[in-house]
Structure formats: structure tokens, C-alpha cells
Design a protein around this ligand. Structure first.
Ligand code: GAL
Length: 350
């Protein structure tokens, strides 16, 4: 069936639903994009869980676009949802969309990415994102051991995503003392070099560094950055290198780019999400590690929280996150470092 026909039909369907006051949806789920395999994993996990639910649920994707995200929220509101589970494309921009939902009395659960600078977030279900960055950095520190002057290349996630700051903050906690003591030489960020004695960075200092190394969570952008870093670097700044890559998609792009450089003799590179392509890269020695976030747990936490809201149960949370406006009650999950040594046990056995 042509796309347009499907669109028209689903539009008529929505109209019919609202016209005859048909069944209202209970839960609406909005995910950011299918371009990053991470979110396709989340969709599959939600679908597995929803296979035998008694509640009506709909999942919509925002195609990496904040106005599509807003339209998705509007659609779900018009379908009568009581709970919205949403991963914002842009944590700052999503405020307006969730405020619309909140005004309709809908409970808003931020899923994996915090929505910032608004009061309209009721709960936040998340992995420990600081721990993600710490695990990545710890891996690099362990590989460097007691040697000095190791070239370090830093890359960050999209600065529109609050998580990118948490990942970087975690990484900096572990890397900064090792930059300050000469274990690592940062090659590709003059701002990081300038701040190398600062243990705790402000948000704006982080922005200064991240602005120089922002992959925008985009494969092409990651390649462009890595190519330009390698073009600027001298042969002495290559050899055996250490690379902080924020997630698996960017890690594979950056790893391939470094592998193509004749002056790079060996590279250690981090990742995140345990995407299947990256598991293969790890087995083949092309990516050094990933951080496994068991999406099944996050999906279950978000779903159970939504059910508790629908059934008026007490909501279980483990802490709070400051979103710039309020402290959002949150439920947090641990993450696991995966390398060649434990990939079978952690990924295949689980
Ligand atoms: C983050 C998320 C990560 C990662 C990234 C890129 O917000 O926490 O797991 O996949 O987005 O989509």
C-alpha cells in the first residue's frame, strides 16, 4: 500500500475513533529515531513486553525531529492516553510538548533521556549515565597502565541530549586526574587541555569541550570529526592511541577511520549500547569495549511505572534528578562493561 494511503487511512481511523468516542489509548510511547539501532532495540523490547498486556499502547517514532515529536505527542493526546513515556529527541526542546500533555492531566515519564527546564516531567526512568562514562574512561585508564604521554582522542554524544553531558561528566571524573598527571595527552580538544587541572567542570565548561568533539550521535559526523582530527595530528600524536567514543555507532565509525590511518599502530576505543554490530566488532578486535545497558530492565521499569499510575498504586523510585527546574523522581539501573573477555557470558548467555 502506498505511504500516502496508509497515512490517510490512519488519519480516518483516528478521526473515527474520536468521532465515535471509541476506545481510548492507555499509554503512548514516543521514541526518538530508528536511525540509531539503540532505539530499535527499545521498540522490540517494548513489543515483547506488550505482547500480552491488557492495556492499549501505541509506539511512535519522531524521526530525529522535534516537530514530529510534538505532533506525535499531540496525536497521542487526541487518542486519550493517560500516561506518556517519552525519549526526547532534544531534552530542552521537548518541554513544550510534555507541557501540553501535562495540561491534559497526563502523567509524563521521561524514558532514558531527561527532559530539562520544565515542571512537566513526573518521573524519569534511566540507566546510571554517569556510571556509563566512568566505565568507558576506566577501561582506557586500565589499558594505559603506568605508561605516560598516551595520545587521547575525546568524542562526545549530541549536546542536544542531556545524557551526553552525564556520559562526559562520568568520563571526566576518571580521565581528568590521568590527564593532569601526564598519563594521557589530549590531542583533539584545546578546551580539554586548558581545563585539564579542573576536576569538576561546570555545565558551560563541559559545553566548551563538547562543542569541539560533538558527534551529534551521527555516524557521518563522527567520521568527519575523526578525519579532521587525524589530519591535524602529527605522527607522534598517533601510534598507540586511546579513544573515548560515546556509543557504539560512533565507535564503529571512528574506529574504521583510525584503522585507515597508516600512523595509527593500535587503538583502544570505547562504546555503549551493546549493539549487535559492535558485539561483532568486539569479537573481531575492531572495538575494545561497550557498555551494556539491559534495555529489558528499563522497558519493564517504565511499563510497570505506567501501570502503577493507571492503577493508582504507589510509584517506586530510587532517587531524583535535577532537570534545571525541579527534582524529578527517578528509577535508575546499573550498567555492565563488556569486552572480549566477558562478551559470551554477558551478552549471549543473558
Ligand atoms: C543516549 C542513550 C544512549 C545512546 C545515545 C544515542 O541518550 O542513552 O544509549 O544510544 O542516546 O542514541
Amino acid at each position: 500500500m502506498k505511504k500516502i494511503t496508509v497515512l490517510v487511512l490512519s488519519f480516518i481511523f483516528v478521526l473515527t475513533l474520536s468521532a465515535c468516542g471509541g476506545e481510548d489509548l492507555d499509554i503512548g510511547i514516543v521514541l526518538p529515531t530508528r536511525d540509531e539501532p539503540r532505539w530499535v532495540q527499545d521498540e522490540e523490547r517494548f513489543e515483547d513486553l506488550l505482547a500480552d498486556t491488557d492495556y492499549s499502547v501505541e509506539i511512535l517514532f519522531s524521526d530525529g525531529d522535534t516537530s514530529t515529536e510534538r505532533e506525535n505527542v499531540e496525536t497521542l493526546i487526541s487518542q486519550g492516553i493517560d500516561v506518556l513515556i517519552i525519549t526526547a529527541q532534544d531534552g530542552g526542546a521537548a518541554g513544550a510538548a510534555v507541557e501540553m500533555a501535562k495540561d491534559e492531566g497526563i502523567t509524563v515519564i521521561a524514558y532514558d533521556r531527561l527532559i530539562t527546564d520544565t515542571e512537566a516531567v513526573d518521573y524519569y526512568v534511566t540507566f546510571d549515565s554517569i556510571q556509563v562514562g566512568e566505565a568507558q574512561a576506566q577501561y582506557l585508564v586500565d589499558q594505559a597502565g603506568d605508561t605516560e604521554g598516551n595520545p587521547l582522542y575525546l568524542y562526545a554524544g549530541g549536546t542536544f541530549d542531556n545524557n551526553a553531558f552525564l556520559f562526559f561528566e562520568g568520563a571526566w571524573n576518571i580521565l581528568q586526574p590521568k590527564i593532569a598527571d601526564g598519563t594521557f595527552d589530549v590531542i583533539n580538544s584545546s578546551e580539554a587541555v586548558a581545563l585539564s587541572d579542573t576536576a569538576e567542570l561546570t555545565r558551560s565548561e563541559m559545553s566548551d569541550i563538547m562543542g569541539q568533539i560533538d558527534t551529534e550521535w551521527d555516524f557521518e559526523q563522527a567520521i568527519t570529526l575523526a578525519e579532521s582530527d587525524l589530519t591535524s595530528a602529527s605522527a607522534a600524536e598517533k601510534g598507540e592511541v586511546f579513544i573515548l567514543a560515546p556509543n557504539d555507532g560512533t565507535a564503529r565509525s571512528i574506529a574504521d577511520t583510525f584503522a585507515d590511518d597508516d600512523d595509527v599502530t593500535e587503538y583502544h576505543i570505547t562504546g555503549q549500547d551493546a549493539e549487535s554490530e559492535s558485539i561483532q566488532y568486539i569479537i573481531d578486535g575492531q572495538q575494545s569495549m561497550t557498555v551494556f545497558k539491559d534495555v529489558r530492565i528499563l522497558v519493564e521499569d517504565a511499563y510497570n511505572m505506567a501501570i502503577d499510575v493507571l492503577e493508582d498504586n504507589e510509584i517506586e523510585t530510587t532517587g531524583t534528578y535535577d532537570n534545571g527546574e525541579i527534582d524529578v523522581p527517578s528509577k535508575q539501573t546499573e550498567v555492565i562493561t563488556v569486552t572480549q573477555d566477558n562478551v559470551i557470558e554477558e551478552i549471549f548467555d543473558s
